[in-house]
Design a protein around this ligand. Structure first.
Ligand code: ADP
Length: 173
């Protein structure tokens, strides 16, 4: 059984140990999934984020989940797509690794990700999905304490891209 799953849904509704926020470098909120997470978590989340003094692209920082059903939120700024020649692939892989490292260090067994960078940041979704699944798969192979990682997809095109990437990864593994 694969420890990676793809679902269609709203990440703010998931009762898991940690959800990931596709944040921006300020960590002070934004649109898309970031705005939805801050609205659902309440103002205490923004107050904790203010103490973190931002985050570099490809790195991650953890907070509590406050009014969310998830215990923690792991905030990671993904790369803005600039044609693929500005280390976007490497930075996107680094987001997934940084988040999973923090999750593991904090004892999280279940982690849900949104599709980092494929909204406003315009990273091509099929390419992002391949990077996400390969990076998560490689991390899980070395970290048995994490029981399940899900990609929570907000629309059917995103879901199809991650389903295809997971099938490809499982066929190779
Ligand atoms: P980025 O700036 O990293 O591109 P966005 O928030 O614009 O981040 O989009 C990332 C992905 O998150 C997109 O696929 C978008 O449809 C999706 N998304 C938006 N709201 C939610 C939500 N509540 N739950 C899960 N995914 C969401």
């Amino acid at each position: 059984m694969s420890r990676i799953e793809i679902i269609h849904g709203d990440i703010t509704k998931q009762a898991v140990d940690a959800i990931v926020n596709a944040a921006n470098c300020s960590l002070l909120g934004g649109g898309g999934v970031d705005g939805a997470i801050h609205r659902a978590a309440g103002p205490e989340l923004l107050a904790e984020c203010r103490t973190l003094h931002g985050c570099e692209t490809g790195k991650a920082k953890i907070t509590r989940g406050y009014r969310l059903p998830a215990k923690y939120v792991i905030h990671t700024p993904g790369p803005v797509w600039r044609g693929g020649t500005h280390r976007e692939d490497e930075l996107l892989a680094s987001c997934y690794r940084s988040c999973l490292t923090l999750a593991d260090e904090n004892g999280c067994k279940t982690v849900d990700f949104p599709s980092i960078s494929t909204g406003v940041y315009a990273f091509p979704v099929e390419r992002a999905a391949g990077i996400a699944i390969r990076t998560i798969g490689a991390f899980l192979a070395d970290h048995p304490a994490i029981e399940r990682v899900r990609m929570v997809c907000f629309d059917s095109r995103t879901r199809a891209a991650y389903d295809a990437a997971l099938r490809e990864w499982e066929a190779r593994a």
